[in-house]
Design a protein around this ligand. Structure first.
Ligand SMILES: C[S@@+](CC[C@H](N)C(=O)[O-])C[C@H]1O[C@@H](n2cnc3c(N)ncnc32)[C@H](O)[C@@H]1O
Length: 311
């Protein structure tokens, strides 16, 4: 039973007022303050994912939200028709349970589960759709996020990966933040990928790229890929073809291990534009529980960075 089980709505609102929020969430009669300044568009780092999720038919889907924080994306996906939403996060974040209670939704919250442990906790090939937003740069080994997601997702399932990126590099690089001249000042940001590193890591793990979204300020990139047989991954060069044909010499991930597990998704998506630049200040994201800019949001935030990074 959740701590908030017997609380009245006004008691829940009082708790919301005293809470520190990462996401701005529209609860109808009031909204939580997100981490961006009052009056500005909230949750902007999720705008690419929100745009892509609007094109995916989530009905009947089993969905995983990795690094759910306060849960805005989890709750939105549930509202968009997902049959089951599982939310994992390294930490136990009380505002997730509070928001879920305020929205009266049912989701499967698994706090203190890191992505590296998700396969043993949840099993292979369990999900039709996976969202992994704002997580890979907090991982010492960002590539492992793509590996674990390939194990967790059903064949033909859809993965949305989102991260801050550096536009300084055209090459497929993962830049080590602590050695950059213009480093991101967050102590939990270890890596900053380039766009082509994001799409390249997806392709290496057998995701066919379906769409990309670029947010200019802060610079963030969102990639939608479908878990495909390697031969169906578009834009493979000769080396990547060979890599896929001979399997990996690192036993952390091998096609032959993946093939031992069943699970095929029928999730469909209807993406209008393969690529779109997103101008957050001009956009009003349309997504369940995404509030329009408002001055009267309750609560505060401990996350000061407009980059939306988790300090
Ligand atoms: C920057 S926030 C992003 C929150 C949300 N996904 C979004 O995009 O708005 C990162 C969240 O991921 C969680 N996180 C970081 N590393 C993780 C990992 N390896 N496994 C699971 N959760 C992780 C953090 O605790 C935090 O709640």
């Amino acid at each position: 039973m959740s701590t908030f089980e017997n609380a009245s709505r006004s008691e829940l609102r009082d708790i919301a007022e005293k809470s520190k929020w990462f996401h701005a969430i529209d609860f109808g009669d009031f909204a939580s303050s997100g981490r961006f300044p009052p009056g500005s568009p909230q949750n902007i780092t999720l705008f690419g994912a929100m745009d892509l999720l609007g094109s995916i038919d989530l009905k009947g889907c089993r969905v995983l939200d990795i690094g759910s924080a306060d849960g805005l994306a989890s709750f939105g996906m549930k509202e968009l028709g997902a049959r089951e939403v599982v939310s994992i996060d390294s930490f136990d974040i009380p505002t997730y349970r509070l928001a879920r209670k305020l929205l009266n939704l049912e989701t499967d919250y698994r706090p203190r589960v890191q992505l590296k442990d998700a396969v043993s906790e949840l099993g292979w090939k369990q999900f039709d759709v996976i969202l992994c937003a704002g997580v890979i740069y907090h991982m010492l080994n960002p590539m492992s996020a793509f590996i674990e997601c390939r194990k967790l997702i059903k064949d033909n399932g859809l993965l949305i990966m989102e991260s801050p990126i550096s536009t300084k590099f055209q090459e497929p690089v993962l830049a080590l933040n602590t050695e950059l001249d213009d480093f991101m000042p967050e102590p939990s940001t270890y890596w900053v990928p380039s766009k082509s590193a994001m799409t390249g890591m997806m392709k290496l793990m057998g995701f066919d790229i379906c769409a990309t979204r670029f947010l200019k300020a802060p610079t963030r990139f969102t990639v939608l890929g479908r878990a495909a047989p390697p031969a169906e991954v578009r834009d493979r060069n000769a080396l990547l073809q060979k890599v896929h044909e001979i399997d990996f010499c690192d036993f952390e991930f091998q096609w032959k291990e993946l093939a031992k597990h069943s699970g095929v998704s029928t999730v469909s998506c209807d993406i209008e534009a393969f690529h779109r630049d997103i101008a957050a200040e001009k956009e009003e994201a349309s997504f369940p529980f995404q509030p329009q800019p408002r001055e009267d949001a309750v609560g505060s935030t401990r996350w000061a960075s407009a980059g939306g990074n988790f300090v």
